[in-house]
Design a protein around this ligand. Structure first.
Ligand SMILES: [Zn+2]
Length: 383
């Protein structure tokens, strides 16, 4: 018998608000940042005073009662946005307590992401033809490039403004998904992937996957425009920013966004390809943050190639297909074992080849990918 699971899916729409709506969006972004910061300050003070941490519910009570009384402007905006800002901070604390995150920081006006989330209730949100209705904002012009299926339930909307100034609504839906029958764990259609900082990965068949050439080209263009930006009046500290400076900054931001989109695109393509082709995919469980910060000494390459994002995509795409995504412990010495005879030796970081006394010689990453596959299959069988 198959049982149904609840799943979520988001569709992101471009918004074209009028001037009045832009003001309301800006107000709501600001209020959410304000509430978040107020609560963070309160929690910090309570900690200093030896008082207990306010729960999610108590935090929400504080925001919707006390803060609203003291600050009239909070009454003007969407009440769900305020509560969600509170929950957002509570989640940040949760992740901090679980050691998944750094301690929550105050949101600055200039640097923090401009966004807020509102919830669906009593048809307060609607998706129409070329329009989205939002609470307190009304009908906002939008490009509806894709419609939800009839049985999808609208849950929430996150409105955001990117660094170029464009507005978006990411609409979250919930739907029932039939359980997909799992493929056999003993399928031999399996692959191992070894992370490569200067590309994306090397697989256990010896194929390398890297970033696209156009990606490099965009990077060259970005460097050029950034150099131009540094020559505009306003690029130095204490200098007044000229209109040319802002103009150039928007140009740089546009290229940034293009690069981010290109990367997302190519990661989606690659992960779909693998999820379609293989039943079992084994990878190393890497601490991407630690690698990006130090350790490998090439943080930039690591952040740029988006391996962490790639693994997340692979995981859900395989799951959707009833297939297996297996993480091998990050301490497993995949690069030190000879996949032919099983003997172990330490390799230098600069050694590109693994040469073993048993007679095996091969690319170091290829050898590692085969070991990751073998270990992953062993783990899968033991589950
Ligand atoms: Zn050997």
């Amino acid at each position: 018998m198959s049982k149904a699971n609840k799943s979520n899916k988001a569709i992101k729409y471009r918004l074209y608000p009028n001037d009045e709506q832009k003001v309301m969006f800006a107000k709501t972004f600001g209020c959410c940042r304000f509430v978040y910061n107020q609560l963070l300050a309160l929690q910090k003070q309570r900690y200093k005073d030896g008082e207990s941490h306010l729960s999610k519910l108590k935090s929400n009570e504080f925001a919707t009662r006390t803060l609203k009384k003291d600050y009239d402007f909070l009454k003007e905006i969407d009440k769900f946005a305020v509560s969600n800002a509170v929950f957002h901070l509570a989640d940040a604390y949760d992740r901090f307590f679980k050691k998944q995150n750094h301690f929550p920081k105050f949101k600055s006006k200039r640097k923090s992401k401009k966004s807020y989330t509102t919830n669906f209730t009593n048809n307060n949100i609607l998706i129409g033809k070329n329009v989205i209705k939002l609470p307190k904002v009304g009908m906002v012009k939008a490009v509806i490039h894709k419609l939800p299926k009839d049985d999808w339930k609208l849950k929430s909307v996150t409105v955001s403004q990117d660094s170029v100034g464009n507005y978006f609504a990411s609409v979250l839906f919930e739907y029932e998904q039939e359980d997909i029958p799992s493929v056999s764990k003993s399928s031999t259609n399996a692959i191992g992937l070894d992370y490569k900082s200067d590309g994306l990965y090397m697989d256990s068949n010896g194929n390398k996957a890297g970033v696209h050439k156009y990606y490099r080209e965009s990077h060259k263009k970005l460097a050029k425009e950034q150099r131009r930006l540094s020559r505009k009046a306003g690029s130095k500290k204490n200098e007044t920013k000229s209109s040319n400076y802002f103009k150039q900054m928007r140009k740089v931001n546009r290229i940034y966004r293009k690069i981010a989109n290109q990367r997302l695109d190519s990661l989606h393509k690659k992960s779909t390809e693998i999820a379609n082709q293989y039943d079992i995919v084994c990878v190393e469980d890497l601490d991407m943050k630690a690698i990006g910060n130090k350790g490998f000494g090439n943080g930039k390459a690591t952040f740029d190639n988006g391996y962490g994002m790639f693994l997340n995509m692979l995981e859900y795409k395989l799951k959707e297909r009833g297939k297996y995504f297996v993480k091998v412990d990050k301490w497993y010495p995949s690069s030190q074992i000879c996949h032919c005879c099983g003997s172990v030796k330490k390799l230098d970081l600069k050694d590109r080849f693994y040469t073993c006394d048993c007679g095996y010689t091969g690319d170091r990453d290829h050898n590692a990918a085969i070991n990751i596959l073998t270990e992953g299959l062993r783990i899968l069988q033991s589950l």
